[in-house]
Write a protein that binds this ligand. Structure first.
Ligand SMILES: Nc1ccn([C@@H]2O[C@H](COP(=O)(O)OP(=O)(O)OP(=O)(O)O)[C@@H](O)[C@H]2O)c(=O)n1
Ligand SMILES: C[C@](O)(CO)[C@H](O)COP(=O)(O)O
Length: 403
C-alpha cells in the first residue's frame, strides 16, 4: 500500500469509448448506440461527472468521430483512441492535465454504472491503494481449459471476482503500469504486473458491460420506469410554500417527499457538519430520489433549487432513469405576504435555523423556465397540489404554464 492520498485528491476520469462494438453489431461505434434515447457515452459521462472531486473528464473516441463525441459531451476533453483498449486508456491518460492524483478509468460500455460506484472506488484509492477495482462474486463454477478444451484446473470460485469499471488508480501507479508498454484486458492487471497492490471492492450489477444485443435490451429494461414513477421538482425561495405544497401533494397521492431541510439537520445532528452544510443535502437527495424512482415511487424534491447546477442534476437524473420530470416553481407575488410568512413561520425541525427576510432576499436564485409556475399568494395549498397533479395526469406538452 502507498501512503494514503489526502481526501482532497483531485479526480480525473477517463471514459474509454473508442471500441467498434463488433459483438453488438449496431453498425456504429458502440458508445454512440442509443439507450433510452441517449448514446451510451452520454449515460457514462453523466455518471462520471457526478464523482466527488472531479477535476477533468476525458472521453476517448474513435478517431473519425471526434467532433460527434465533442458535441455529445461538451464538458469533456475528447481524444482519439487506439486499436486496443490499452492504447485508448494510454491516450486518455496522456490528455489529463496537472493537479490530478486519482484517475478513474471507465468503459462507456458500462453505461449504467452509478455515480455512487465512482465515489466508492475513488474513496478507496484515497485510502492508500495503487488500484481499486469493483467486482462481483462469481456464481458459476469456472473451468480453466487448454486449447483442446481439456480442463486444466477448477479454481475455487470463492476466491474469484468478475471485475468491472470504473477502476481507480493513483495517477503514478497507472502511469508506471502503462509505461511498461504491455497490454491487458484491464488496467488493474497491468498495475498488478508492475508490483502494485490492487484492492477489489463490491461492484454493482448496474455496472455490467453492454457487449451484445441482449445486454443492451437488459439495460433498457432496467431503465424503463415502473408505471407512474415521476420526479416532481419543486423550487422557489424559502417561505414561498414548498413544504406546505409537498404535504398537500402527499395527502392526495402516495409519494416520497424529499425535504432537504430534514437531511441537512440530520447531518448536523450527526456531528459531521454545521449549518450551512453546503451541497451534502442535495447530493443525498439525488441518491434517495434515484432509489425511490427505481422502486416506482413518485418523488417530490422539496428544496430551493435556485442554481442551474441543481436543476441540471435533477434533469439528468430523470433522463438517466427514463422517468417523467415535472419542474414546478412556486413564487409569492405579494412581497408583504412573503415577508409575513418568513417572519412568522415556526420551524418544525428542531435545531434548523430559519432564514431571515434579508437572507431570503439575498439568496442566490436564478431565473428558471420550469413546466409550471404557481403563485402561492393567489392559491390555497390544496388547489396548488391539485394543479400539479392535473399537470401530471396530462401528457407532457412541453408548454410552460404560469398560474
Ligand atoms: N480499441 C478500443 C477498444 C475498446 N475500447 C473501449 O473499451 C470498453 C470495453 O470494450 P468492449 O466492450 O469490448 O467494446 P468494443 O471493443 O467496442 O466491443 P467489441 O469487442 O464487440 O468490438 C468500451 O467502452 C470500448 O469503447 C476503446 O476505447 N478502444
Ligand atoms: C475492463 C473490463 O471492462 C473489466 O471487466 C474488461 O476487461 C474489458 O474487456 P473488453 O474485452 O475490452 O470488453
Amino acid at each position: 500500500m502507498n501512503d494514503a492520498h489526502p481526501s482532497s485528491a483531485e479526480v480525473g476520469v477517463v471514459v474509454v469509448a473508442a471500441g467498434l462494438g463488433t459483438r453488438l453489431g449496431a453498425g456504429m461505434p458502440k458508445a454512440l448506440v442509443p439507450l433510452a434515447g441517449q448514446p451510451l457515452v452520454v449515460h457514462a459521462a453523466r455518471a462520471a461527472r457526478g464523482v466527488r472531486g472531479l477535476r477533468q473528464l476525458v472521453v476517448v473516441a474513435p478517431a473519425p468521430d471526434l467532433e460527434q463525441f465533442r458535441a455529445l459531451v461538451p464538458d469533456a476533453v475528447v481524444v482519439a483512441g487506439g486499436a486496443q483498449r490499452t492504447d485508448s486508456v494510454a491516450a486518455g491518460l496522456g490528455a489529463l492535465g496537472p493537479g490530478i492524483d486519482v484517475v478513474l478509468v471507465h468503459d462507456a460500455a458500462r453505461a449504467l454504472a452509478p455515480t455512487a460506484l465512482f465515489d466508492r472506488v475513488a474513496s478507496a484509492v484515497r485510502e492508500g491503494y495503487d488500484a481499486v477495482v469493483p467486482g462481483l462474486a462469481v456464481h458459476d463454477t469456472v473451468k480453466q481449459v487448454d486449447d483442446a478444451g481439456l480442463v486444466t484446473a477448477t479454481p475455487d470460485r470463492d476466491g474469484l471476482r468478475a471485475v468491472q469499471t470504473p477502476q481507480g488508480f493513483t495517477r503514478d501507479a497507472l502511469q508506471r503500469a502503462h509505461s511498461g508498454g504491455s497490454a491487458a484486458t484491464d488496467d488493474a492487471a497491468m498495475v498488478e504486473r508492475s508490483g502494485g497492490r490492487v484492492l477489489v471492492i463490491e461492484g454493482d450489477p448496474l455496472a455490467e458491460k453492454i457487449t451484445t444485443a441482449a445486454d443492451l435490451q437488459n439495460a433498457a429494461s432496467r431503465l424503463r420506469p415502473p408505471d407512474g414513477a415521476t420526479l416532481i421538482v419543486l423550487g422557489g425561495l424559502p417561505g414561498v410554500g414548498k413544504t406546505t405544497t409537498a404535504r398537500a401533494l402527499a395527502a392526495r397521492k402516495a409519494l416520497t417527499h424529499l425535504r432537504v431541510d430534514v437531511i441537512e439537520q440530520a447531518v448536523v445532528d450527526s456531528g459531521l457538519e454545521q449549518h450551512p452544510v453546503g451541497e451534502v443535502g442535495y447530493r443525498v437527495s439525488y441518491e434517495l430520489a434515484a432509489h425511490h424512482l427505481d422502486l416506482g415511487m413518485t418523488v417530490v424534491a422539496d428544496m430551493v433549487n435556485g442554481v442551474p447546477y441543481a436543476r441540471d442534476a435533477w434533469r439528468d437524473l430523470a433522463a438517466g432513469r427514463g422517468v417523467r420530470l415535472l419542474e414546478v416553481e412556486l413564487f409569492c407575488s405579494d412581497q408583504d405576504e412573503h415577508r409575513r410568512r418568513a417572519s412568522t413561520r415556526v420551524g418544525d425541525i428542531e435545531g434548523m435555523p430559519q432564514p431571515s427576510w434579508e437572507q431570503i432576499q439575498e439568496r442566490e436564485y436564478h431565473p428558471w423556465q420550469p413546466d409550471l409556475r404557481i403563485d402561492t399568494a393567489a392559491h390555497s395549498p390544496g388547489r396548488i397540489a391539485d394543479t400539479i397533479l392535473a399537470a401530471l395526469a396530462a401528457p407532457s406538452s412541453g408548454e410552460r404554464i404560469t398560474r
